[in-house]
Design a protein around this ligand. Structure first.
Ligand code: MN
Length: 699
């Protein structure tokens, strides 16, 4: 219990006894759940969540956040369920803990820098409640503080992740205090040698610098006192990591970086800030082009200050930051400032605080005038309308909210989209229309020769996918229409064939009926806009008309490869060698039904709409059928049925499961088969298993 004492003392400074008691209950559950677990340092595991809670208590976070911090690893590492947490500590705490666990599960895998930016966005987008991020930052901070006991390779990986992901997130939320500690710890773990070199150099330089800093601080302070301006003047030492970064980015030497002296002046009002700036510019000469007014135009995270660089004594460069006390607090604590300085216990819920932060940013911005980029940046992070998903090798793809695997496939490459046939989301086969969610891994399965499906247009979101599918279909449509048109016309010509007519005759005909080319005429026939018999009639010399009249009854042969203009009815899913009939639809080609399909049975006699067709011999291809398989409710039965179907060399296109009663389930399969024999074979193989109750082909 002594572990809790320190935290308790902190909590008692800003929470009431009842709230502290609730938090103590959370502590007890955490302690008992982690019982027997050790950290790699050898300490009992519970020391970690307590330390995380203490970091957050420094910022006076609300009781829910503190409880969630104490419990942040119990879902992941112990057998505690979310429901259990909700019951004991309320839904908010349970949601927070679950949110932290989800973030813990996703791993930053690729090295690329552009990916780090996306990864950060993904983390922000995954959380509903900004406190999840704050707990995660505190968690990471404590892990970094105790990194020493890990294996070196692990230490480097975590340090790298801290520098690339977590420190920038802290910066985005305006929490400079946490950010600079994360950077310092990350830098020393990632580059221990460089860290040590810079640290020693800073130490050596410090002696000389001390005197200079005191002199300059004194002159500034004197000047301000003389003007009766109240302000604190602080000499600042640069963080080691920021020195390192400057050296690297600006290719400067250590001495060049260190020749710059940094001061901060903190006063009571904005007006005073500008007046102080004026006096400093008269005390030392400003370096041209180095003045920045972040009070009028705050940084995206709400940071405000005046920055200027001055030429000091002996030509030294002096960097000054001038800001008010409240700007100072905002700069140090960012979003957390709203917990720290505005909190009257829990009268102000977390969401409201985060909103207040947003609101204060917006207000700052509207005063500063135009800067859409600022609003965009903050908005993307806090009100995400994008989803971030992984490719199997760990790259992140950014898509608009609601995007599907098809959008994902086209985002990777047009060819991937065009040849996409199925997808796995987090290793599970899922429908191609599934809306993607943040953090999932998406794998696209392609097949050579596969084509985009027009039905995709009903669910894709991205312009790229839409444009590519349209483009593909348009081209396909034209080619196929011509092809189908020439077969229809051939058939209408009876024992004559299209080859019997020369190009001039064909072109003449096209011109006569006001079409540019004969191909256009064929396409129109294929699309059902021109009647093949009418065109045949015009092509054939008059005297042949009558003897050819009879031959038009010869059925058109269907090969199964016609593509979009010959389609197969969804109601009856005809497959090769079953008796079929074709429905001719204006502008859309022909639709093949089974001859016994109840949708066409009554109308088949209507010659204007139906025409006789038959399967060509030796059809190659895949045809969709629907099977309803009623199975007994046993473990793994779905997996067994699918493997039987796969063994029979049928491709499963879609699976729907209807829960029936306790004992049986209905599995609705859409699969592709070669022909009637193949289907009969599959049905026989499936029926053989004793977990199958009934198997029906949908009509
Ligand atoms: Mn943890």
């Amino acid at each position: 219990m002594y572990l809790f004492t320190g935290l308790k003392e902190q909590l008692e400074t800003y929470l009431n006894p009842e709230q502290v008691r609730q938090i103590q209950d959370a502590y007890i559950l955490a302690r008992d759940s982690h019982q027997g677990q050790l950290r790699s340092s050898g300490d009992p595991y519970i020391t970690h969540p307590v330390a995380v809670a203490r970091i957050l208590a420094e910022y006076h976070f609300d009781p829910q956040t503190i409880m969630a911090a104490l419990l942040h690893d119990v879902i992941e590492d112990c057998d505690v369920s979310k429901e259990q947490l909700a019951e004991g500590f309320g839904g908010q705490v349970a949601d927070l803990v679950e949110g932290v666990s989800k973030l813990t599960q996703i791993k930053f895998r690729t090295r690329a820098e552009a990916q780090a930016e996306n990864f950060r966005k993904m983390m922000m987008a995954m959380v509903q409640d900004i406190r999840v991020i704050l707990i995660k930052l505190a968690d990471r901070l404590h892990n970094m503080r105790t990194l020493g006991s890990l294996r070196p390779d692990k230490r480097r990986r975590i340090a790298n992740e801290t520098l690339e992901i977590y420190a920038p997130i802290a910066l985005r939320l305006g929490m400079y205090g946490i950010r600079s500690e994360l950077e310092d710890l990350g830098f020393s773990a990632r580059y221990p040698m460089r860290y040590q070199v810079i640290k020693d150099a800073v130490k050596r330089a410090r002696g000389n610098r001390k005197e200079i800093i005191q002199t300059i601080t004194g002159s500034i302070q004197d000047r301000l006192d003389a003007e009766a301006l109240h302000a604190r003047v602080l000499g600042r030492e640069k963080d080691l990591f920021s020195i390192y970064r400057k050296m690297k980015e600006k290719r400067s030497s250590f001495n060049e970086v260190m020749d710059v002296y940094a001061f901060r002046v903190i006063c009571d009002s904005e007006d005073t800030c500008y007046r102080i700036l004026g006096f400093l510019h008269s005390l030392y000469i400003p370096v041209p082009g180095r003045f920045k007014d972040y009070i009028a135009i705050p940084k995206a995270n709400g940071y405000q200050s005046l920055h200027s660089t001055l030429k000091g004594p002996h030509g030294l460069h002096i960097e000054v930051q001038i800001r008010t006390e409240s700007m100072e607090q905002m700069a140090e604590n960012g979003v957390a400032a709203h917990w720290l300085y505005k909190s009257n216990n829990d009268s102000n819920p977390a969401e409201l605080k985060a909103r207040e932060w947003m609101k204060s940013l917006m207000e700052l911005q509207s005063r500063a005038g135009d800067s859409m980029e600022f609003i965009e940046n903050v908005k993307i992070d806090l009100f995400p309308d994008e989803v971030f998903v992984f490719t199997p090798n760990g790259s992140i793809i950014v898509l608009p909210h609601g995007a599907t695997p098809i959008d994902f496939a086209y985002a990777i490459h047009t060819d991937v989209g065009n040849s996409c046939i199925a997808c796995k989301i987090d290793r599970q086969i899922m429908p191609l229309s599934t809306p993607l969610i943040n953090g999932s891994t998406v794998e696209i399965i392609t097949a050579p020769g596969a084509k985009p499906n027009p039905s995709w247009l009903s669910f894709v979101i991205t312009g790229k996918a839409r444009a590519n599918i349209r483009h593909f279909l348009k081209h396909l449509r034209q080619d196929e229409a011509i092809e189908l048109g020439s077969r229809l016309l051939d058939r209408a010509l009876g024992d004559r064939s299209l080859d019997d007519f020369d190009d001039a005759t064909k072109q003449q005909l096209a011109t006569n009926i006001r079409h540019k080319t004969f191909d256009d005429v064929l396409a129109e026939i294929g699309l059902g806009r021109l009647a093949s018999l009418v065109i045949a009639h015009r092509l054939l010399p008059k005297h042949q008309d009558e003897e050819n009249a009879e031959t038009e009854d010869k059925p058109l042969a269907i090969r199964g490869t016609e593509g979009l203009l010959v389609s197969y009815a969804k109601c009856c899913h005809p497959i090769p060698y079953e008796p079929i009939v074709a429905f001719v639809s204006e502008g859309r080609g022909i639709v093949i039904h089974r001859a016994d399909c109840k949708n066409v049975a009554k109308h088949q006699a209507d010659e204007n709409k139906y025409m006789p067709v038959q399967w060509e011999e030796d059809i190659q291809g895949e045809f969709a059928v629907e099977l309803k398989i009623i199975v007994f409710n046993e473990r793994g039965v779905l997996a067994r049925v699918t493997s039987v179907i796969a063994d029979a060399e049928a491709n499963i296109v879609n699976i729907d499961i209807d829960q029936q009663d306790g004992t049986t389930n209905i599995l609705n399969f859409t699969m592709t088969v070669k022909n009637r024999l193949h289907l009969a074979n599959i049905i026989r193989k499936v029926r053989r298993h004793k977990f199958v109750n009934k198997i029906l082909r949908n009509k």
